[in-house]
Ligand binder design. Sequence first.
Ligand code: F6R
Length: 613
Amino acid sequence: MCGIVGYIGKKEAFPILIKGLKLLEYRGYDSAGLALQNGSLVVYRKKGKVAELEEFVLSQKHDGVIGIGHTRWATHGEPSDKNAHPHTSMNGLFTIVHNGIIENYAKLKDDLKEQGYTFKSETDTEVLSNLVEYFYSQDEAINAEMAVQLALSKVVGAYGIAVLCQAEPDKIIVARKGSPLVVGLGNGEYFIASDASPIVEFTNQVVYLNDEDIAVITKDSFTLKNVQNTPVTLKISHLNLEIGELDKGGFDHFMLKEIFEQPKTIEETFRGRLRPDYSEIVLGGLLNVFPKIQNADRIIIIGCGTSWHAALIGEYLLEEYAQIPVEVDYASEFRYRKPVIGKNDVVILISQSGETADTLAALHLAKEKGATVLGICNVVGSTLARETEAGVFTHAGIEIGVASTKAFTAQVTVLTMFALKLARARKTITQEEYSVLVRELAAIPEKGRQILLQSNDKIKAIAEKYKDAINSLYLGRGYLFPVALEGALKLKEISYIHAEGYAAGEMKHGPIALVDDNLPVIVVAPQDDYYEKIVSNIQEVKARKGNVIAIVTEGDKTLKEMVNDFIEIPASHPAVAPLLTVIPLQLLAYHIALMKGCNVDQPRNLAKSVTVE
Ligand code: F6R
């Protein structure tokens, strides 16, 4: 949610900042801005995409070797030029870009108004810039860093900020609490960003700021401490992100690239973990805590959105195979609903970004209650990865499309390996059952390739037929109920068609009232233990003239004759079927959204990484 960049060094800052903003645009894209320091400070802000800002800045003078930039996902105040960041304080002394929410901004604003401050925008960030200026002007002994510290001590909420001070023009001050910031260490230059993608081109040495860290950066120095002024040990991390991962690789959109990458990313998730002879699953990140997990009273899996759907699949897998009680919760509910958590509980947080505010709050709560806290996460160096006791990286590579695809299948792959490993350790499945399941899992990438190769054109034709629908229903049972939820989420978030995911057996308890000859009903119906039940559900929809699009097992004659449209997938074991059945649903959403002229990679109102509540 919102992307921040900064540069200080010897090079022209503008090209670095604008490129960085384009790479961070997935975090927010309703307005953008930057500030360049070159003797005096110039601020440029524009409603709309980063490309519009670029055009605007290029039409003017834009020199400077120090600068900060921002791409916004609006929280306080509508997207507009005046609400775009950076925000400069009333007397022009401080200019700030900010990611996060200052929760007590209204009270701070009233106090500042009493001191004579006036405001030009509706943002909480302008309040912060004026608050810093206020402290700075109280006493000559207070420098920019101290003023930022004093202002942050009054702030309730989350922030990742980069600050320029007109009176101390040779530095950028950065600080974080709840919103990520990473600093790249170059040679006589430093790079600042919300994630490492804008930095990787220039250096692979980075420092991830921790909550309440503040750093003062000049072109030759980097001083890190805590906002309470205590020193902090500098921990330099090594990036292993490839620049090549940041382009579309010949595809029209990141989302399509990421859908097609899935066979490969699942193989990456297997790497070093699925032994070639399938004798063992190695999850090195859990080694030290595995005995605790094995003997846990209960596992609680927590996530948001797509990650929560993966968690539901995890619940089904763990209960069926490892026979351990599992609960799944939305992070936003868990953190506030006063859950009962014991020391013998294992809490698994799932997050692609590792920066989702609600998931991090859930993590802190679970830690406080003494549970064993694990992470399943895609981003190495993220807050979740750093703050959990142990965990498993999904290794799906950077996901740029706002709608999550390959991160989901990687999460489900990790959960499947975890469930099978735990089941074996707890002796709740036999070696034979285990071998069958591991082989079925290992066969997924090849079957995924087959679906991508054979079905894309057919799905395009189906999309053409149903693209004008207003509503849609997605149905599944068992392991495929969460897949139905995920399919519906994909469609609604990128095409803006109302889509409901439902457990097929629940349909007659309400949603069946929606069925008429305008309603597409997408049913995930491969030949598994639920097959006959789901065929009956399809009959119920057909009897009410609904249009059924079914995901069926190759060669299924019964359903092919019964439904309006079908997409075939190779046969697989039910426990691994989510990894295959979700692919046609991702493609269907993609093609429908594209045909409706929607921006598939950057759907309206969304942002990739939800770092505010
Ligand atoms: C949907 C989507 C979101 C995320 C959710 C959690 O396509 O991407 O629903 O899954 O915001 O994000 P992470 O996994 O980064 O915590």
